[in-house]
Design a protein around this ligand. Structure first.
Ligand code: UDP
Length: 347
């Protein structure tokens, strides 16, 4: 299957699983719309006949993720840094989805200021747009607000264990501030805000290059090239990986239901595995003979991460459906095809 088919089938699956949940005839502004999750959301919403305004400055998003939508009548692209003011005076906006942010821990060293700005100033600007248009706002927060959690699986009621001055502080604390800003706009201006705490998500369109790469695309590209798989630390730290189609379905459900004002909901897959197990599974699925090499641990790397998704199951009537092996097989297939046609990243 080609990489395009893998994505098309994924989008079909999301639309099918959403059933009656449709944004048809609504105008949705997506910040970070050319990113990994943002571009999948654009695809689903365009398919549902919503009008999509995609805002991105290609800091970590890629033009190639939305190139196929550029000439679609329901799709408008605005190249802009969300931490700078922007006004939409001529459009109606019904929903704002604020996804813009770099998310890879390897970027925390290189772009900490931009990360803080996208999640604080950027959230402020997104909230201002929502207020002006009386639109609903979905803020994509993160499991990182829990830091290194003492309660696993972690429920939304856990307040976190974050090091504000550590290397991850720029992301964790900015997302925490973003959440506080959303609640402030709800309390002071009556805005309809919803907060998704996204746990590790993977799939086609994730970047694998340089500091942008998260563990899954890094391990997959290393395995496909028969290069050493780089495990940081002893590999006993855990993560729980959610396939992109499940994540996008969960996010759209959270944005859609009417009675979720002010709700904070974990969205992720509770299937917890160690990083070393992940390396072994990916090596097997990719048919690779890469060796597994151990490197020093990342500072403040959370030891365990796994969501308690009771709330999502109840309020969103959602649960993840794609098993890790199936999701990884799709992702490996996507990367295999992208690499066989690789012409370089667009920036
Ligand atoms: N990791 C690793 N090798 C890599 C990249 C990441 O062992 O080449 C580990 C990392 O230390 C962490 C986990 O994989 O424990 C997940 O890392 P990721 O960058 O995906 O993001 P995180 O879940 O830490 O936010």
């Amino acid at each position: 299957m080609s990489s395009k088919d893998v994505v098309r089938e994924g989008v079909d699956e999301i639309v099918r699983n959403l059933g009656e949940i449709s944004f048809e005839d609504q105008t949705v502004l997506i910040t970070g719309g050319a990113g990994f999750l943002g571009s999948w959301i654009c695809d689903v919403l365009v398919r549902q006949n919503a009008s999509v305004i995609c805002l991105d400055n290609f800091a970590s998003g890629l033009e190639s993720n939305v190139a196929h939508l550029m000439n679609h009548e329901n799709f408008t692209f605005v190249r802009h840094d969300v931490s700078q003011p922007i006004y939409f005076d001529d459009e109606r906006i019904d929903v704002v989805m604020h996804l813009a942010s770099r998310a890879s821990p390897l970027e925390f060293n290189k772009f900490p200021i931009q990360i803080i700005k996208a999640n604080t100033l950027g959230t402020w600007i997104a909230l201002g747009i929502a207020k002006k248009h009386n639109a609903r706002l979905l803020f994509t927060s993160t499991s990182e607000v829990y830091g290194n959690p003492e309660i696993v699986p972690t429920p939304e009621t856990y307040n976190g264990n974050v090091n504000p001055v550590g290397i991850r502080g720029c992301y964790d604390e900015a997302k925490r501030a973003g959440e506080a800003m959303c609640m402030a706009y709800m309390r002071q201006h009556g805005l309809d805000v919803r907060i998704a705490r996204i746990f590790n998500t993977y799939g086609p369109r994730m970047r694998a290059d340089g500091v942008y790469g998260r563990v899954v695309p890094r391990f997959i590209t290393q395995a496909l090239n028969n290069e050493p798989i780089t495990v940081f630390g002893d590999g006993k730290q855990t993560r729980s990986f959610c396939y992109v189609t499940d994540q996008v379905e969960g996010l759209l459900r959270l944005a859609w239901f009417d009675d979720l004002r002010g709700e904070v909901i974990n969205i992720g897959n509770p299937n917890e595995i160690t990083v070393l197990e992940l390396a072994e599974i990916i090596r097997r699925i990719a048919n690779s003979n890469s060796e597994i090499k151990f490197y020093p641990p990342m500072p403040d790397d959370p030891k365990r991460r796994c969501p308690d998704i009771t709330k999502a199951k109840t309020l969103l009537r959602w649960r993840p459906k794609v098993g890790l092996e199936d999701g990884l097989r799709n992702t490996v297939e996507w990367f295999r095809d992208v690499f066989s046609n690789f012409t370089g990243y667009s920036k």
